[in-house]
Design a binder for this molecule. Structure first.
Ligand SMILES: [Zn+2]
Length: 662
């Protein structure tokens, strides 16, 4: 066992020594929220989201800690929850570690140590640790990939690395090392039985983080082995695959390096691509990076919703006609009402982009991170922070469907206080807890501003020089961002500011004067100069209300529009419509202006868009009818941010509306 560990940074992705990245991550503790949107979200995370989730998962409803206690011999009972419940518990611990990293509340650390103590007792002598198998005597280890051992492993490794990075303690890390050593023994040799293992491959990300923490190359080699194995074996059902669709569903029909289309289960795909991007950050392999570039373009330009959400269908088929669950279907096939858009998949889209941002240093990747964060990630949790959506469709109708008729319902009309498939909630909460880390990156000679939020940054540039910089903004509601240098080195360096792709005609002022720096939407504006204390940079982004239409090939939204302002996608929701109005009767009137209005006491403090919409009066129940001239009534109402919908009781909602042009 390696006892001298590398210096690490506090991040889920420690690419500080990765040789093939352009932008390196900061310690998430280097950026401290001061006020505004993310400061408030973090506060809710700290005060409600994490404590509430702890009560659920450590109690009898969630039963996640119970599973470990039973495996540890400290409690009687049986395994409850999905096969991936251990992994979801690790994600919750990860969220808790990020909160501790930022508030240093020692009680949190004690609670985490208590979990680790129980987890350690549950681990078998040879390192194996999977309560869903240990508590099922009828199932053998690594018998079938559907038992999600690789997924649980991935989250164990990531959480243990993050715990070590924050606390310097080895109690969790040593469990992870012992576990990964066993994994290496079993999966490194080429065997047909294990060749197609890896169902939801977070172990690739986990192994790379363990390599980054321990400097032990065998973990990186194993991570690469899992990529190399994919697509190598015949796609046919065997003992190890029965129980779930095969082929494109699990990205095993086409080897990754030959792929140009994102296929299959959206979470599986994007965790896989994210892991491959981690490997590429260490190896610099061009073939792998080229494939990831193609896949990123395919996801974000052919298969992504306006909200940054992905995974169009609960059940469907890939282009090759393989059966797909919870995943990608054909390009441009974008249903609104039945869109699956699992919260995890949306977050994974941002996680993949975060890694691509590191690899290429281009701001378009941070655009996607931001789009997801403000829309299809945050929609997964209530404003209060204690109920969850699993699916995030762009339209919801009230209907007579019995959502509880199905055992493991994932598409619900309201956010639920607990989901029996609990992958999304801790994934979202750990993401909200670490947004501060995503906000800045370290460039070759300077700092990149990826996201906007009032904060103080105290970090070290690549040459170890100290940088203290304040960011003041009321983003995402206002487009003004002010940076003020408090401390920096005496030689010139870059301040790179992301100009979002929607922020056309943005302006940058340095110390009150215009600069000759190129300010182009969709790129970083890079200002290189000798900076000194008191210097200011002001970015002014025009917060125009934008009316958005889709590519003509998206049949589902032909002649429909959506409304966006800055990074925020808006929707219309039934509490803002006349009683008994069906959401399908609402039309957008292109001639009527919308006006932004900030409402600090509404839905946690949001900017709404006020204006007049049209409600169609000539209703019909028949499936088809002869066209009449429609009759409309004008209705004064408001649009609310999509992420904030469904916080006022059960509602109908739509993002896209048919448009009346004149
Ligand atoms: Zn999920």
């Amino acid at each position: 066992m390696n006892n001298t560990l590398k210096k690490t940074i506090v991040s889920s992705i420690d690419n500080s020594l990765s040789p093939f990245v352009q932008l390196k991550n900061i310690n998430l503790t280097d950026c401290q929220w001061t006020s505004g949107f993310w400061a408030e979200k973090f506060k809710t995370c700290e005060e409600v989201m994490v404590p509430y989730m702890g009560e659920v998962l450590c109690g009898d409803i969630g039963h996640a800690l119970n599973n470990f206690k039973i495996a540890a011999g400290e409690k009687e009972g049986e395994h409850k929850g999905m096969f991936w419940h251990d992994g979801d518990f690790y994600k919750f611990i990860e969220a808790k570690i990020y909160v501790y990293a930022q508030n240093k509340n020692s009680k949190i650390l004690e609670e985490i140590d208590n979990y680790i103590n129980i987890i350690s007792k549950a681990q078998e002598a040879d390192g194996y640790l999977q309560t869903q198998i240990q508590l099922r005597p009828e199932v053998d280890r690594y018998e079938n990939r559907k038992y999600h051992e690789m997924y649980n492993t991935g989250h164990l490794l990531i959480t243990a690395c993050v715990h070590y990075r924050v606390t310097g303690q080895r109690n969790f890390l040593d469990i992870a090392i012992k576990h990964a050593t066993l994994l290496h023994t079993i999966f490194m040799p080429e065997t047909k039985h294990y060749g197609r293992f890896g169902f939801n491959q977070t172990q690739i990300m986990g192994l790379v983080e363990l390599y980054r923490t321990t400097d032990d190359k065998k973990y990186l080699e194993l991570a690469e082995r899992f990529i190399n194995n994919r697509g190598k074996y015949a796609v046919e059902h065997t003992d190890t695959t029965i129980g779930y669709p095969i082929g494109d569903m699990v990205q095993e029909r086409t080897p990754l390096r030959e792929s140009s289309e994102a296929v299959g289960h959206a979470v599986l795909a994007l965790y896989y691509y994210a892991g491959a991007a981690d490997v590429a950050s260490e190896t610099g392999e061009k073939e792998l990076i080229d494939a990831l570039d193609r896949l990123w373009i395919n996801v974000t330009q052919k298969k992504m919703y306006l909200t940054g959400a992905v995974g169009q269908a609960h059940y469907g088929a890939s282009t090759n006609l393989d059966m797909i669950e919870e995943g990608f279907i054909n390009e441009y096939m974008m249903p609104n009402m039945t869109a699956y858009n699992e919260t995890c998949a949306n977050i994974c889209n941002a996680m993949f982009s975060y890694r691509m941002l590191g690899l290429h240093g281009e701001s378009k990747y941070a655009d996607i991170m931001e789009l997801v964060l403000y829309n299809s990630a945050l929609s997964g949790i209530s404003i209060k922070g204690d109920s969850y959506f699993y699916a995030n469709p762009l339209r919801m109708l009230n209907n007579t469907r019995d959502y509880h008729a199905h055992e493991n319902v994932t598409e619900t009309p309201n956010r639920e206080p607990y989901l029996s498939c609990f992958c999304c909630p801790p994934n979202l909460v750990r993401t909200i807890a670490q947004v501060s880390g995503w906000t800045y990156s370290i460039a070759k000679n300077g700092i990149a501003i990826n996201l906007f939020g009032s904060s103080v940054l105290k970090t070290k540039l690549a040459d170890e020089s100290s940088l203290i910089m304040h960011q003041d903004t009321e983003y995402p509601w206002k487009g003004l961002v002010k940076l003020t240098i408090e401390e920096c080195k005496e030689t010139a360096f870059d301040i790179m500011i992301r100009i979002p792709s929607w922020a056309i005609d943005s302006k940058i002022m340095v110390n009150g004067s215009e600069t000759n720096v190129a300010v182009t939407a969709g790129k970083y504006a890079t200002i290189n100069r000798i900076w000194k204390k008191g210097d200011t940079v002001v970015l002014d982004m025009p917060m125009e209300i934008q009316i958005i239409e889709g590519h003509p090939r998206i049949e589902e939204i032909r002649n429909q529009i959506a409304v966006k302002r800055g990074p925020i996608v808006y929707c219309i929701e039934s509490p803002d419509l006349p009683k008994h109005t069906n959401i399908l009767e609402v039309y957008f009137d292109k001639k009527q202006p919308l006006v932004a209005k900030h409402q600090p006491d509404f839905l946690g403090g949001v900017t709404t868009l006020e204006g007049k919409l049209l409600v169609r009066k000539d209703k019909s129940e028949s499936m088809y009818r002869t066209v009449q001239t429609p009759e409309f009534e004008t209705y004064k109402t408001q649009l609310v941010p999509y992420f904030a919908w469904s916080n006022r009781g059960q509602a109908e909602m739509t993002v896209f509306m048919p448009v009346v042009w004149e």
